[in-house]
Design a protein around this ligand. Structure first.
Ligand code: 5GP
Length: 138
């Protein structure tokens, strides 16, 4: 399967639709997931074009993983989460719904189950506040 630039993250990377951005540099964009599985669910999106891990350039992966770690630490600090789940899906059967490579950073809270993947939409004001709280920890 080939990369289709009309996917929603492609549109966000090109500035065609808005996002609650946490961080951006020449290699990646970090933003809040609008259908979060828990409070603080954040996405790291490499700018290098690939559908997912399977067709990604290894050099692009090597460049983005340190950022994934940095953002995971910032999310944990900003949310006071008890743990962090890192998730990444490859093709629809495996749970992928947006076909531009991305890494999910999902805070886990003691005694609270994660919401379903790509479930209910979060409040925009809450996402904006979380984005700036996480950015402040980077
Ligand atoms: P996937 O299933 O491809 O691993 O994850 C796609 C993620 O993108 C889901 O967690 C879903 O909630 C999120 N998502 C879908 N549409 C949008 C959107 O328009 N903006 C943002 N920020 N996240 C989205």
């Amino acid at each position: 399967m080939t990369y289709d630039p009309s996917n929603i993250f492609g549109k966000i990377l090109r500035g065609e639709i808005p996002a609650h951005k946490v961080y951006e540099d020449e290699t990646a964009l970090v933003m809040m997931d609008i259908f979060p599985q828990s409070r603080g669910h954040t996405l790291v999106i490499p700018k290098a074009v690939s559908r997912n891990l399977l067709d990604a350039d290894p050099a692009a992966l090597a460049a983005v993983i340190p950022l994934v770690q940095k953002v995971a630490k910032a999310v944990k600090s900003a949310t006071n989460a008890d743990g962090i789940r890192l998730a990444q899906f490859n093709e629809a059967t495996a749970g992928q719904t947006v076909f531009h490579l991305h890494f999910h950073i999902i805070p886990a809270y003691e005694g609270t189950a994660l919401a379903p993947h790509a479930g209910g939409k979060a409040d925009d004001a809450e996402l904006a506040a979380l984005a700036s709280e996480i950015a402040a920890q980077l």
